[in-house]
Design a protein around this ligand. Structure first.
Ligand code: FES
Ligand SMILES: [Fe+2]
Length: 466
């Protein structure tokens, strides 16, 4: 028998916190935190997305000063493994030394500047030392100068002062981070609340099962901003509405660098009417392409879609990870979209489901193009050897994710819907006569939060970053 469900709304029905009250297992404190931040309602100038001058300011005042995620620690696990990271015309080489440390250097030879390492398409490689391909100047993996051909011709070089300059490196959750100019707060202070929040989800115990790098014809911030609000779901992703509490999402702004959206799943959107709980389950199974082996199931009497899908995912993931999740994992952690962002461009999902992590970067040193990386982070049975991390698949601007191997069709369709907006946002901004955009005060608060932090880098005279 079909049951009508009461649509929930953040304002008139069940909030995400109300849904947590229905959990049968203890809810972690991290999910109970709710900041309800109001950061103002001023319009935002379009120059910050479009102008070359603003892009150049970001190159000088933003990218060198922030912590940037580079790669997984496991991608440079052996001595000589290296990874090249390019951002806005600047290149960083990160290497694993003989002693097992991670060092990062500006990717430039101290002789005449040739890049020391050039990434393959995957940005990965291996070497016993760091030898410049141009004339053969050589450094050990720990950056100490080893010599140069015809060194008699360089009597003016002080050998003891010719090591590669080391950049600040730190790690968190299995990720390697680098700070170029060395003045950022320590990484764990920068990450703030995230360090405690993610302790339970242990991202260091995941491996990268898929890595897509998609070129987009828009400013990198436009792409970033399309993934930190769920307000666009009703217009852009209508197929998700039967099981997505889009307008019931919770938005949190923690310190200057960390914010979060939690969008509840397994509940019917307040934007649709007449959807039953059973239809919600069926649509979820269809979009995610989950095979229940018995076709579309009947929903047992008295069970909500959220309970059914939450229980099902706990069973599925327990089997997948060979770990019994049923005693301690909440439905929220196997079902909801729990998406954190670390300023300016790194966004890991949280919980115990296979989670994606995003990264956004300017492309070709242009304010008009960017890349979005989509990395699928998977847990695996602890009794098994860690699977190898996937190498990067480059997806040009004209190729859809639907035409890209390795990504599940329902998920690819959602990303392609997002991508279908982005070039037109960029183009549309050029035609805005007002010269500014408007933001929702709550559902787009993370965009405002992002720009308020960005302003502190671009106009430091106006306020300190904290
Ligand atoms: S530029 Fe590197 S050895 Fe000459
Ligand atoms: Fe979207």
């Amino acid at each position: 028998m079909k049951k009508r469900v009461k649509n929930i709304s953040r304002f008139s029905g069940l909030s995400y916190q109300d849904l947590l009250d229905q959990e049968s297992r203890p809810v972690p404190q991290s999910l109970r935190e709710s900041t309800e931040t109001y950061l103002g309602s001023e319009p935002l100038s379009v120059d910050r997305y479009l102008s070359r001058e603003y892009h150049e300011q970001e190159k000088r005042q933003l990218w060198p000063k922030v912590w940037q995620s580079l790669c997984r620690e496991t991608e440079i696990s052996s001595a000589g493994d290296f990874y090249v990271h390019d951002v806005a015309g600047y290149s960083i080489a990160v290497v694993r030394t003989e002693r097992g440390d991670i060092h990062a250097y500006p990717n430039a030879c101290l002789h005449r500047g040739r890049q020391l390492k050039s990434g393959s398409s995957a940005g990965l490689g291996k070497s016993r030392d760091i030898t410049c391909p141009f004339h053969g100047f050589r450094w050990s993996l720990d950056g100490s100068f080893q010599g140069a051909p015809c060194e008699w011709d360089f009597p003016h070089i002080d050998r003891s002062n010719f090591d590669l300059p080391a950049l600040r490196v730190d790690t968190w959750g299995g990720w390697v981070f680098v700070n170029i100019d060395g003045t950022a707060p320590p990484l764990h202070e920068y990450l703030g609340i995230m360090v405690d929040h993610f302790e339970r989800w242990a991202p260091e115990k995941t491996y990268k099962a898929l890595h897509i790098k998609k070129v987009l014809r828009c400013n990198w911030k436009i792409a970033n901003e399309a993934f930190i609000e769920s307000y666009h779901t009703a217009a852009t992703h209508p197929q998700l509405l039967p099981y997505t509490g889009d307008s019931n999402s919770q938005y949190d702004c923690f310190n200057d660098y960390v914010s979060r959206t939690i969008t509840p799943m397994g509940v019917v959107s307040p934007h649709v009417r007449g959807t039953t709980e059973e239809q919600a389950v069926h649509q979820w199974l269809t979009v995610y392409g989950v095979d229940t082996e018995e076709g579309l199931p009947e929903l047992p009497a008295g069970k909500s879609a959220r309970e059914f899908l939450g229980d099902m995912n706990i069973r599925r993931f327990s089997k997948m990870y060979d770990q019994d999740l049923s005693s301690f994992v909440t439905h929220s952690e196997v079902l909801d979209a729990i998406l954190y962002s670390v300023f300016p461009n790194f966004a890991p999902w949280a919980g115990f489901r296979p989670n994606v992590t995003y990264r956004f970067l300017p492309y070709n040193d242009s304010p008009d193009m960017c890349t979005m990386e989509i990395m699928l982070m998977m847990r695996y049975p602890e009794s098994q050897a860690r699977p190898r991390d996937a190498t990067e698949q480059f997806v040009p601007a004209d190729q859809t994710l639907g035409d890209t191997p390795g990504i599940e069709a329902g998920l690819a369709a959602v990303f392609d819907q997002d991508f279908s907006n982005l070039p037109f946002v960029h183009k549309g901004l050029r035609s805005l006569q007002s010269g500014h955009i408007e933001l929702a005060r709550y559902q787009e608060v993370r965009i405002r939060h992002f720009h308020q932090t960005l302003d502190k880098y671009i106009h430091p005279e106006a306020g300190e970053t904290k």
